[in-house]
Write a protein that binds this ligand. Structure first.
Ligand SMILES: [Cu+2]
Length: 512
């Protein structure tokens, strides 16, 4: 491992979300400290040597976040967020999806290389209330921390805000051999970072808080816990961090500027560990960190902050000494040659508020914007042209693939961007070159992961096709079907339906 310790956030400071006119600063929680909630591992319905069966239920519930009234929430096999789902590479996975919510939803596997558009679970795979569906797939990708969230366009942001997000772990034999902590809830800890505003009676009110540049709240929730502490009983902790917020960037650091080691990013283990004292995550990005508490003694408290707001207090207990050293090389990342003859694909993210566009257009569910042959390796140049008032970082996400980051404005990517990624923050005025290959056919979305931007139209879709089936006949969702269903489910006339993303189309004089 390189001895270099990086001490900055890498991203352009002038574009941090704190400069946004609608920025909602986090406030230090005044609720009592509570133990960090660790979402339990979901039990399979059945498991054989080759197959695993799960049932995932989207359900309503009530959650005690604050003293007083419970908050009405949605979750997966849980009142909010979800139980943690584990998939083993190479096993045939069968998932029964059930919708017990009052409205349609979809089940999107963010970071999984699965067939699109139905198994992938984007907007074309609605599951209606009271109904279910079945998916199955076999994973051929490295161990990683990925996630499940709702993705019914343009209602994704509201549903994720209600709580529809769960962590998913992919496991494989290569990662199992690495000297990483792996006792779930003891030294292998998820940290799903979100923020909410609690209104009267401790309720969330997405519409009241709506902002086309992303909904934020002043209260940090970590795995759905306000003001959590965690008792450290081992010298090393592995933190699997997910930015599960609709809009917020997290600028993470510990008290005493404690150094930590990043060993994983979105698509799994990084090629080499990287030592840091600061880490910024943009929406939907993940980072796996190893934190060593060896210099502390029982009774000490180490605090994880975002900017200057405490998120989690790690209370150091007695632990056995652990001198495990990480190897200098952790994982192989394929450096695939680009397929000869292919041009560099250009993708432009522009605008802010309601004006957000991708390649000059807003998303349309029935329009296929691009094509790439399965197996081809192509450079994509993803540009953020929004430099107004310092601009903002757009986290660019692709379904159906894990890409590699080649360069930022022609320069080296950040030191912790050498692993597989499915989401990359693009600074204002910057072009990020990524290398993209689809292993499976399907129709896949790519978009900004500020979720209100994606609902507002900063999204497009690409057909990954094979030579023997260049024009598959997918049944694609359409806006009339979507609106009719929601209108019936909510019991409101179509012309009174409100979805945040629709406003962005209406204000631009467009239809979805
Ligand atoms: Cu954006």
């Amino acid at each position: 491992m390189s001895d270099q310790v990086y001490t900055d956030y890498f991203f352009d400071e002038s574009a941090f979300n704190t400069h946004d006119g609608g920025y909602v600063p986090l406030e230090e929680a005044n609720a009592p400290q509570q133990p960090l909630n660790v979402p339990p591992l979901l039990k399979p319905d059945k498991e054989t040597a080759t197959d695993t069966y799960y049932t995932v239920i989207a359900q309503t519930g009530e959650t005690q976040f604050l003293p007083g009234a419970k908050t009405k929430t949605w979750g997966y096999n849980n009142s909010v967020l979800g139980q943690t789902i584990v998939f083993e590479k190479g096993k045939h996975i069968h998932v029964t999806l059930k919708n017990e919510l009052p409205e349609l939803t979809t089940f999107h596997w963010h970071g999984l290389n699965v067939i699109g558009p139905y198994v992938d679970g984007g907007c074309h795979a609605p599951v209606y209330p009271g109904k279910g569906s079945q998916i199955d797939f076999t994973l051929d990708q490295p161990a990683a921390t990925v996630w499940l969230h709702a993705h019914p366009c343009p209602e994704t942001a509201a549903q994720v805000y209600h709580g529809l997000a769960a962590m998913v772990l992919v496991k494989d034999q290569a990662e199992a051999k690495l000297p990483f902590p792996r006792q779930w809830g003891v030294d292998d800890i998820p940290l799903i970072l979100q923020d909410r505003r609690f209104h009267e009676n401790n309720q969330w009110d997405y519409r009241a808080d709506y902002d086309p540049d992303g909904v934020q709240g002043p209260t940090a929730l970590i795995n759905g816990t306000v003001n959590p502490y965690f008792d450290v009983t081992t010298q090393r902790l592995r933190l699997r961090i997910l930015d599960g917020a609709n809009r917020r960037e997290w600028r993470l650091h510990f008290s005493d500027d404690l150094m930590f080691t990043q060993v994983g990013s979105d698509g799994g283990t990084m090629p080499a560990p990287v030592k840091l004292t600061k880490l910024m995550l943009t929406c939907a990005e993940r980072a796996e960190l190893i934190v060593d508490f060896g210099q502390y003694k029982p009774g000490d408290v180490v605090t994880l902050y975002s900017d200057d707001v405490p998120l989690v207090r790690f209370r150091v207990q007695q632990f056995a000494p652990d001198n495990t050293k990480l190897p200098a090389h952790l994982a192989d990342i394929a450096d695939l040659p680009v397929t000869p003859g292919l041009p560099v694909r250009k993708v432009v993210m522009s605008g802010m508020d309601e004006q957000v566009l991708i390649d000059g257009k807003k998303f349309a569910m029935q329009r296929i914007d691009a094509r790439q042959k399965v197996g081809d390796v192509q450079y994509w140049d993803v540009t953020n042209t929004n430099t107004m008032n310092g601009g903002m970082v757009h986290p660019f996400h692709m379904h159906g693939t894990q890409f590699t980051v080649i360069s930022r404005n022609g320069h080296e990517p950040y030191p912790n961007e050498h692993g597989y990624k499915d989401t990359v923050g693009v600074n204002p005025g910057e072009t990020v070159r990524i290398k993209v290959k689809f292993d499976l056919p399907g129709l896949y979305m790519y978009h900004c992961h500020i979720i209100e931007h994606e609902d507002g139209g900063m999204m497009a879709q690409i057909l990954a096709y094979t030579a023997d089936n260049p024009n598959p006949d997918y049944k694609l969702m359409d806006m009339d079907t979507m609106m009719q269903a929601l209108s019936e489910e909510r019991g409101v006339p179509m012309d009174q339906l409100w979805m945040g993303g629709m406003e962005s189309y209406a204000k631009m004089g467009m239809r979805m």
